[in-house]
Structure formats: structure tokens, C-alpha cells
Design a protein around this ligand. Structure first.
Ligand SMILES: NC(=O)c1ccc[n+]([C@@H]2O[C@H](COP(=O)([O-])OP(=O)(O)OC[C@H]3O[C@@H](n4cnc5c(N)ncnc54)[C@H](O)[C@@H]3O)[C@@H](O)[C@H]2O)c1
Length: 325
């Protein structure tokens, strides 16, 4: 089978690439290497076809999709700092780029899986969140919601093409997915805190740290995606994919310091010192994953301690390689 993975040089994309190569499929990746990297491909000893290009290039995307059996669309502009600082670019990539991928998959009648996000639910206080729950997003004047809105448009396009053109598409809403090869540069909390802990620097916690999240190991997320793709019953459906064990960001920082055996301290930083006035954060975000479990039997297997250990191990390797230069 020929598999095309957009964003295949990224964090989640590189694990999917590795999975499909390992089971003997022919993998092509399309990536502009904006947040993904060649190092990610080197780390998995990628042997397939790596195409440097943009998902908004409709001619290129059409050619690549025409030649594939399965398309996994992971490319997106994400990370709070990316969304806040490169807003126009991220809206364009996430809406226009996704439209190009969706239309080409529909035209060529290819099986497709797209990556959506728990950001879809916005600040809906109902927890845990299940797939039918409402979106509750703030004013578009608050730019952080543009990522949620763009992904909602992408989901709506997928839904429309599924109904009108019988596009065989499955939508996955990832909740905070973490693991080796994730960059802390764009606002992802665990890699950022781990890096600070390993460098014996203060861990910056936004607000009072009472906001909580649930983290999912990337390997659990990959098994969720591949199980969904093995079932035709997932076509036309949306699934939450998230981990277990809710933790406040304060507790998370304390755990990271302990597991990294670090002497770092926690420093609390007011939101308005790091983000524009009016920035809103969710107090809790907990996934209900019963829908995917009912279909595939999937459950996350790795807990937060394992996630933190794996990120520490990876970041130690990165820091040692930097020191050796
Ligand atoms: N990591 C998470 O916690 C999380 C949570 C929710 C949703 N998601 C979604 O999962 C998908 C993968 O995210 P990730 O965490 O691996 O992030 P990532 O930034 O590592 O991966 C995105 C990849 O897309 C590539 N890309 C960006 N713009 C592109 C463009 N215009 N053309 C071609 N390639 C482009 C990047 O270079 C990168 O390799 C994204 O769609 C993201 O929105 C991730």
C-alpha cells in the first residue's frame, strides 16, 4: 500500500511514518519543514520519498494523492506561539491547505484521516468532553481561537465531502499529545518544562498553575490512528484521542523536577506577561475516549510518569548532542 503523510516530518507524523514503514508500506511524506525537521526523519531512518512542499500547492498535492492508497493529513500550523505570532500564515495553512488535501482526496476517491484537535471544544466547561459536545469559543478578536476555528472549518469541509461526495474520511481530535521528538519551541508545555529542568533553569508556569490537562503518549495516539484506519466503521466519524490522569500544571512541573532529578524551581508568570491582554486559557480539558474504545477496543496504555520519562530521555540525548558540537 502507498501511504501519503502530510506533515510526516513533524512530531506525530514522524511516528506514523515510522509505523507504516515498519509494517512494510511505501511511505511518501509531504512537508515544508516549518516545525518538522530532517532530524526527525533521520531519527527513524526514513527510507521513503520525502517531498519538500506546501499543502497549499494544489498541483503537487493532486499528483501525490493520485498516486497514493491512503492519505493521512497531519500538516498544520500549530502551537500557541505560532498561532499568536504568525496568525495569517497559520489560518491560511490550516484552512486553505486542508481544503486542498480534502478536495484532492475526494476527487481521487482516497481513504483519508485528518487531524483535528481538542481546541475545537474551546472553553466548554463540561468535562470530560465527548464528540457531540458544543464548541464554546471566545471572540475572534482573541486570536488564540483562530486555530480552533480553522480546525472546525476543516472538520466541516470533511463532513460535507463525506456526505456529498462519499469521501472516506475519519477525523481524529487529538488532546495534548506528547513524547520524544516534540519541540518545545512553539508553546508545548511538557517539552518546554523538561528542557528547563534539565538545564537547571526555572520552570515557567503560566497563571497559578491550577489549570489541568490530560496528556497522551504519542505511541498511544499512533495506535489509535492506525486502529481507526483499520475499520471502515470509522468512516464519516469523529473520535477523541487522549490520555489518562488529569494533572494540574503545577503538579506537572513538580513531577518533572522530581523525575529529572533537577534542582530547578517553579516560577509563576502571569498570562498577560507572556500573551496579549485578553488571552484565555481553559481551566480543564479532559477527553472522553469511550467512542474509539467502543469501536476498536483502544485505550491509552502509558501513564504520565512514562510520558515524562520518555521526554526526559529524548531531551537528554538532544542536549548531549548539542554539547558535543
Ligand atoms: N501534538 C498535539 O498535542 C496535537 C494536539 C491536537 C492536534 N494536533 C494536530 O496533529 C497534527 C500533527 O501535529 P504535531 O504535534 O505533530 O505538530 P508538528 O508541528 O510537529 O507537525 C506539523 C507538521 O506539518 C508541517 N507543515 C506545517 N505547515 C505546512 C505546510 N503549509 N505544508 C506542508 N507541511 C506543513 C510541519 O513542518 C510539521 O512537520 C496537526 O494537524 C495538529 O494540529 C496535535
Amino acid at each position: 500500500m502507498k501511504v501519503l503523510i502530510t506533515g510526516g516530518a513533524g512530531f506525530i507524523g514522524s511516528f506514523l511514518t515510522q509505523y507504516y514503514e515498519k509494517i512494510g508500506e511505501t511511505v511518501t511524506i509531504l512537508d515544508n519543514f516549518s516545525t518538522g525537521s530532517l532530524q526527525n526523519l533521520d531519527a527513524i531512518e526514513f527510507k521513503g520519498n520525502s517531498v519538500r512542499g506546501d499543502i497549499r500547492d494544489d498541483h503537487l498535492v493532486d499528483e501525490l494523492i493520485k498516486d497514493s492508497d491512503l492519505v493521512i493529513h497531519m500538516a498544520a500550523a500549530l502551537g500557541v506561539s505560532n498561532i499568536m505570532n504568525s496568525t495569517m500564515e497559520s489560518i491560511s495553512v490550516n484552512i486553505t491547505g486542508s481544503e486542498v488535501v480534502l478536495k484532492a482526496a475526494s476527487k481521487h476517491k482516497k481513504r483519508l484521516l485528518i487531524a483535528s484537535t481538542s481546541e475545537i471544544y474551546g472553553k466548554n466547561p463540561k468535562q470530560p468532553l465527548s464528540e457531540e459536545d458544543d464548541r464554546l469559543v471566545g471572540t475572534p478578536q482573541n486570536i488564540r481561537w483562530s486555530y480552533s476555528d480553522a480546525k472546525a472549518i476543516e472538520e466541516a469541509m470533511a463532513r460535507a465531502l463525506n456526505i456529498q461526495n462519499n469521501l472516506k474520511v475519519t477525523t481524529v481530535r487529538f488532546f495534548n499529545t506528547v513524547g520524544p521528538r516534540q519541540s518545545g519551541k512553539y508553546g508545548m508545555v511538557i517539552p518546554k518544562l523538561v528542557e528547563s529542568a534539565l538545564k537547571q533553569e526555572d520552570l515557567m508556569v503560566h497563571g497559578d498553575g491550577s489549570q489541568s490537562r490530560v496528556f497522551c503518549h504519542v505511541l498511544d495516539a499512533i495506535s489509535a490512528v492506525t486502529k481507526l484506519l483499520e475499520s471502515n466503521k470509522s468512516i464519516g466519524e469523529v473520535y477523541n484521542v487522549g490520555g489518562i490522569g488529569e494533572v494540574t500544571i503545577k503538579e506537572l512541573a513538580e513531577k518533572i523536577i522530581k523525575q529529572a532529578k533537577s534542582s530547578s524551581k517553579i516560577q509563576y508568570v502571569a498570562y498577560n506577561e507572556v500573551y496579549p491582554v485578553g488571552f484565555e486559557d481553559m481551566q480543564r480539558r479532559v477527553p472522553d475516549t469511550s467512542k474509539i474504545e467502543n469501536l476498536t477496543g483502544w485505550k491509552p496504555e502509558r501513564n504520565l510518569d512514562q510520558i515524562i520519562d520518555d521526554v526526559i530521555k529524548y531531551q537528554k540525548m538532544v542536549l548531549e548532542a548539542e554539547d558535543a558540537k
